[in-house]
Design a protein around this ligand. Structure first.
Ligand code: LLP
Length: 423
């Protein structure tokens, strides 16, 4: 059974009606399915089984400690991009030897913390960063394992805001720079070359950009081997796309067919850094309709959540499926109620871009009804803000017939505290 499913005319998360979860915890509320998180992780492990990859979950997608703990139990590794994410991974019990650290702007304090933790490796994004890690490791009496992040200059065929592996982005090293760094890295006593890294973008659904990127990584790895400096690891990053409204998900098996033949002969350890694939389908944002308003020839469903809790529609024009919790059946199913024309699903924020869905065919909906915003488990809560002094929502993790509050709703006094508790 799907983790989120309509049964008896209403939406369930696993064995629990979403209506009951909303009644117990209030709205706006992020609800995550443990079964969906586990399945996302296992689908990757299955698809890429011939490579036995270390799946380093990208904490940036959803850093809730309960989500991280669940993944620690499954044996996942973790990709962090800041000291804050490192602290989260550690708090969730992630073993240091399964943590990799990426990001173009690593500060000295963040590098020192990662060195002290003894993480698996740093994904290095520039030569000045390599210098810095080398120096800080020597100062700490350590040797940092590093992967050089290559910018393979491929078009990931995704939204421009989330394309990272194409020419002219701030990410990774150009091929020539990487080659030069590889030739001299052995002279640095603070670092030890572990391998190469590439992350070409996010929400990628075609196998071809992966094939091209891996081809470039593999060619460089081969050159290194020929030069007597074999690499130990290749980190292919994340980016596997999920199905939003009207779209399709990445076919992991097709990606595997495209890249396994290139990687298997190299005999290197393979790492992956998926975020969205694991967390995205596992989360729903529950919001209540406060008002139904007709204005300017349009129908507005004004909700208690909006761009401050789920920024993706406003920032990328992302289309998350939105559907009533008590609806008979899912969008497009024979049990679904008749449509009543398009509606804009908007929030309380004083911005015209504050919408969760625009011009969406929806049934008749009354004030007080609950709406579910699907595929919201990744880059939802982590990108939420306190804009308009709105508190952050609560988060609940459902596992079978049990719903556990895993982050309580933010209180007003917590909004004021940093300005009131002054030294
Ligand atoms: N590794 C690195 C180095 C990354 O920068 C990212 C994502 C990932 C892994 C995980 O990518 P994923 O598997 O989740 O696609 N806020 C945007 C997505 C930004 C992704 C940033 N980097 C969104 O809501 O679509």
């Amino acid at each position: 059974m799907e983790p989120f499913h309509y049964t008896g005319g209403e939406l369930y998360c696993e064995q629990l009606p979403m209506r009951a979860i909303a009644a117990a915890h209030g709205t706006p509320l992020y609800v995550y399915s443990a079964a969906a998180l586990r399945e996302g992780y296992r689908a990757l492990a299955r698809a890429f089984a011939p490579l036995s990859p270390l799946v380093c979950y990208a904490v940036k997608a959803n850093g809730n400690l309960a989500v991280l703990r669940l993944l620690v139990e499954l044996g996942a590794g973790f990709d962090v991009v800041s000291g804050g994410e490192l602290v989260r991974a550690q708090a969730a019990g992630a073993p240091a030897e399964r943590i990799v650290f990426a990001g173009a702007g690593k500060r000295e304090d963040e590098i020192r913390a990662a060195l002290a933790a003894g993480i698996l490796c740093f994904n290095v994004e520039s030569l000045p960063e390599l210098d810095r890690i080398d120096r800080l490791a020597r100062e700490a009496g350590r040797r940092a394992r590093v992967c050089l992040r290559l910018n393979p200059e491929v078009d990931p065929r995704t939204h421009a805001h989330i394309a990272t592996g194409s020419k002219g982005t701030k990410f990774g090293l150009e091929l020539e720079t990487a080659r030069a760094a590889l030739a001299t890295i052995g002279e640095r006593t603070g670092v030890e070359l572990y391998g190469l890294h590439a992350h070409i973008g996010s929400q990628i659904v075609d196998p071809e950009p992966y094939r091209l990127a891996v081809e470039r990584l593999a060619a460089l790895a081969e050159q290194q081997r020929a030069a007597g400096r074999p690499l130990r690891a290749l980190n292919l990053g994340g980016g596997f796309g999920i199905a939003y409204r009207g779209g399709r998900a990445c076919d992991l098996e097709a990606v595997a067919r495209a890249i396994v033949p290139l990687l298997a002969p190299l005999g290197v350890r393979v790492l992956l850094e998926p975020g969205r694939w694991i967390a995205g389908p596992a989360g729903v944002l529950l919001t209540r309709v406060e008002y139904v308003k007709h204005s300017g020839g349009k129908r507005f469903l004004i909700c208690d959540s909006g761009m401050h809790h789920l920024l993706r529609p406003a920032l990328y024009g992302a289309e998350h499926p939105v559907w009533p919790v008590c609806a008979g059946g899912p969008e497009g199913s024979p049990q679904a109620p008749a449509l009543a024309g398009p509606a804009d699903v908007v929030g309380p924020i004083c911005e015209t871009a504050d919408y969760l869905a625009r011009e969406r065919p929806l049934p008749e909906i009354e004030a007080g009804e609950l709406l579910a915003v699907f595929a919201a488990g990744a880059y939802g809560m982590v990108m939420a803000s306190n804009y308009n002094a709105q508190p952050l929502p609560a988060e609940v993790l459902v596992d079978g017939a049990r719903a556990r509050l895993v982050r309580r709703r933010q209180r007003y006094d917590e909004l004021l505290a940093p300005e009131q508790d002054l030294p």
